[in-house]
Design a protein around this ligand. Structure first.
Ligand SMILES: CN1c2c(nc(N)[nH]c2=O)NC[C@@H]1CNc1ccc(C(=O)N[C@@H](CCC(=O)N[C@@H](CCC(=O)N[C@@H](CCC(=O)O)C(=O)O)C(=O)O)C(=O)O)cc1
Ligand SMILES: N[C@@H](CCS)C(=O)O
Ligand SMILES: [Zn+2]
Length: 769
């Protein structure tokens, strides 16, 4: 029974890679220094896994930015616009990730989207009809050799050919990306040849799309790909990894010609039986029994029962024990946490602890280690019985909710009329999504405050000053609905977690979100309660400085749930309802305090959608309901906004409309307003702000391109329902580019208001470049 790990976090336990990348981008360290930091991190990861007794240790799970981008580079799938950077691979790599505005070039980054239902984002490969592939980078081989030099025999991890193609997007009409398989497979063969030549014995090919609906042509692609690879490499042990959901067709997958199949038995234990039934006698099974997506200790007895069931069908040599998916989605090391309560800490495990759990389980299963089993049982029982978790007042309030609590007083038409009268906003009103640059100075102030080097009043005074400057700047820039800037927030979820009962927060529990950006998800361990207002002070302070409306800024219940490590002892919808009640109280308090526009962000609404369609209805029903519970406690005149980013809306339009927010701002600019089609096809009734520029890149958008996007939007939706705003919050941007971009955005809105061609010309002359 081998202990198999699918992937390890790579950002560094103290975010060393993040810091090195950001310093490199800022020109503060050399390429050599960056490469050395990366090498040290890889070494540390391999040694940690070796020490923990893992048999199949992954390599090529490291990435400077994203593993899908790494694959694109290895396979030579570089869009034409980057051709001039081909002789400088690292510059090319970061240009594809972040865009490139230098030396007279203005290259847009690849589109970024969510990695399945996680909070990790990948860079979408771009394909053309005459797409060619070549072995451009040998990263997987290089890292295999690097581990070999340390005396560690690793298992290279690659994204499998079919999922790689499915993760991408056709950039022109007339072909399907799976048509490219015949051109792609020779490059996989070349890569596997190099790996075999260097002594690789196992290779993990991730095919998470095996859990999506498999139509005949997709099945054909999988069969072709894996038969080709098996025929070419009969000796190589290919581990085919699925995760995050159940296989769409267990019989089909079980019979693919590979050495082993990995199953996520945390998310989808029900698939085991069917797979066992169809598994050929020579195929091994990797049992994903440790949760790679959450931080709770597993119940060893339950795992034991699963493995024993498998042992009845196949023998020990064909079983691998594994986490459910790569450990990329959990933090590094619980031992580093000094401030967590010891009680809570004994219920948790992070990546390093999960490795040791594999070891414990291996001993329990193969050597009958009853001590580990009993210790684990004690922890599990202790958590189940703990008084820390339960608040009867909260449970009672949830049970007393009625239909009325999730309905606004009047229908949208009436609310819209009342709000227009109350707010007196122009056509194409301009606003931002909430956050403004979180400068190193602001982060430093907070760090000093947390270390008690600054008193609360000193910290708040400085933030007040910055907020005041921001309000003045927005007024001067001519924005219509202002924001306070979210300077006081470390993160839009963590900030609320820190203020709500039922949450705990970590010191170093960082998880990569995209590129160098990390989040520290709070631990939602118990019943959620708001004991005091959370945002009223900052919103009312900002509102006191201006006559223009300042938007109150809250994170919605689905997003708080989705971006936290959530308790697994009750249904997610129950926990979401508890959060919704806390937000509802905050919304009401903001209204009472004179805030007339309130935004409840739900960027994770679409991400929370289960991967398997049969589970959608249930999720959508409760997700819409909890948003309405959070947002419906206000008067008709109070304008409720929501915001969503990176979402494919087509499938869920009806439910987004059912949320009944007065205004929704969405990400659309990277896809050139394509996403808006869903709203226009559906005749979305409420107001909508399609993002007119991409905030993930420092590139300053021109007035012209934003006008063009707004014109596209105007063709799709009535002008009186349109808002003008960026794609998302501006916290990751620097000040000069933010000012220039927003100044251009306001000009674009003014052009749209004036419309005649002559006015456009004169306004474009004022553009800031
Ligand atoms: C909108 N997005 C979000 C997602 N998930 C969230 N939970 N939050 C989100 O906003 N998912 C989808 C997208 C992903 N986008 C982003 C965008 C930006 C970030 C980001 O900027 N993350 C920051 C970390 C933010 C944070 O919590 N900072 C803390 C700690 C600051 C810090 O680093 N302090 C230093 C000391 C500083 C000094 O002394 O100078 C330290 O501790 O070492 C804070 O502000 O207090 C990032 O830097 O990665 C994430 C997701
Ligand atoms: N209000 C948040 C939303 C991000 S999705 C922000 O502006 O950062
Ligand atoms: Zn956003």
């Amino acid at each position: 029974m081998l202990k198999n790990n699918l992937g390890y976090p790579r950002i560094g336990a103290k975010r060393e890679l993040k810091k090195a990348c950001e310093h490199f981008w800022a020109g503060k360290i050399s390429e050599k220094d960056l490469l050395l930091t990366a090498k040290n991190l890889r070494k540390l990861n391999w040694l940690t896994q070796q020490e923990a007794g893992i048999d199949l240790i992954p390599s090529n799970d490291f990435s400077f930015y994203d593993q899908v981008l790494d694959m694109s580079l290895m396979l030579g799938a570089t869009p034409e616009r980057f051709a001039s950077l081909a002789n400088d691979p690292l510059t090319l790599y970061f240009a594809m990730a972040r865009g490139y505005q230098q030396d007279g070039l203005d290259l847009k980054a690849l589109e970024m989207t969510k990695w399945f239902d996680t909070n990790y984002h990948y860079l979408v490969p771009e394909f053309t009809a005459n797409q060619s592939f070549e072995l451009f980078s040998t990263k997987a081989v290089d890292e295999f050799l690097e581990s070999k030099a340390l005396g560690i025999h690793t298992k290279p991890v690659l994204i499998g050919p079919v999922s790689y193609l499915l993760l991408g997007k056709e950039k022109e009409e007339g072909f399907h990306r799976l048509d490219l398989l015949d051109r792609l497979l020779p490059v996989y063969k070349e890569l596997l040849t190099r790996l075999s030549e260097q002594g690789a014995t196992w290779v993990q090919l991730d095919e998470p799309y095996l859990t999506a609906h498999l139509d005949p042509s997709t099945k054909f692609a999988y069969q072709k790909a894996y038969k080709t690879l098996r025929d070419a490499f009969p000796e190589l042990k290919i581990l085919l990894a699925s995760y995050f959901a159940e296989l769409d067709d267990p019989e089909f997958t079980a019979q693919l010609p590979v050495c082993a199949i990995h199953l996520d038995l945390v998310r989808a234990p029900q698939q085991l039986e069917a797979v066992l039934h169809h598994l050929p006698k020579e195929t091994s099974l990797s049992l994903g029994v440790i949760d790679g997506r959450n931080i709770w200790k597993p119940d060893y007895q339950k795992v034991q029962a699963i493995v024993n069931k498998v042992l009845k069908k196949i023998d020990e040599q064909r079983i691998l024990l594994a986490p459910s998916c790569s450990l990329l989605h959990v933090p590094y090391d619980l031992d580093a946490e000094e401030a967590l309560s010891p009680k809570l800490k004994q219920w948790l495990s992070f990546a390093k602890q999960k490795l040791h759990e594999l070891n414990d389980l291996h001993r329990i299963l193969t050597q009958n280690d009853t001590t580990s089993l009993q210790q684990n049982q004690k922890c599990i029982e202790d958590r189940a019985r703990s008084v820390l978790i339960h608040r009867s007042k909260v449970k009672e309030r949830v049970s007393k909710l009625t239909e009325k609590d999730s309905q606004r007083e009047s229908a949208f038409d009436r609310r819209q009329a009342l709000q227009k009268e109350a707010l007196q906003l122009p056509l194409f009103s301009t606003t931002t999504i909430g956050s403004f640059p979180q400068t190193p100075e602001i982060r430093k102030l907070r760090a000093q405050f947390k270390k008690q080097q600054l008193s609360e009043s000193q910290y708040e005074e400085k933030l007040q000053q910055l907020t005041q400057e921001l309000i003045s700047w927005q007024e001067e820039a001519g924005l219509d609905v202002l924001v306070h800037g979210e300077y006081e927030r470390n993160d839009m979820v963590e900030y609320f977690g820190e203020q709500l009962e039922g949450f705990a927060f970590t010191q170093y529990g960082w998880v990569q979100s995209y590129g160098s950006r990390c989040v520290k998800p709070p631990v939602l361990f118990g019943d959620v309660e708001r004991t005091a207002p959370m945002t009223v002070k900052w919103s009312t302070f900002a509102q006191s400085l201006t006559n223009k409306p300042v938007k109150g800024m809250l994170t919605g219940p689905v997003t708080i749930l989705q971006w936290s490590f959530v308790r697994d002892d009750q249904p997610r919808e129950t926990t979401a309802t508890q959060i919704a009640l806390a937000i509802r109280d905050e919304v009401r308090d903001l209204e009472q305090a004179g805030i007339r526009v309130i935004q409840i962000d739900e960027p994770a609404f679409r991400e929370g959608l289960p991967l398997r369609k049969e589970h959608w209805r249930h999720y959508l029903d409760w997700a819409v309901k909890v948003f309405k519970v959070a947002s419906s406690g206000v008067e008709d005149q109070t304008q409720i906004h929501t915001h969503m980013c990176y979402s494919e809306f087509n499938d869920v339009m009806e439910d987004i409309a059912a949320m009944d927010a007065d205004v929704i701002t969405i990400e659309t600019s990277r896809s050139q307003m394509e996403l808006l089609d869903a709203f226009s096809d559906f005749h979305y009734p409420n107001e909508i702000g399609p993002g007119v520029y991409d905030i993930h890149s420092p590139r300053v958008p021109t007035v012209e391109e934003m006008v063009e996007l707004l014109e596209k939007a105007q063709q799709k939706l009535p002008a009186e329902n349109l808002w003008v705003n960026p794609d998302c919050g501006l916290k990751t941007r620097k000040w000069p580019e933010t000012q220039q971009a927003l100044t251009n955005m306001v000009l674009a809105a003014k052009i749209m208001r004036k419309a005649p061609q002559e006015n456009r010309q004169s306004l474009q002359n004022q553009e800031v470049n």
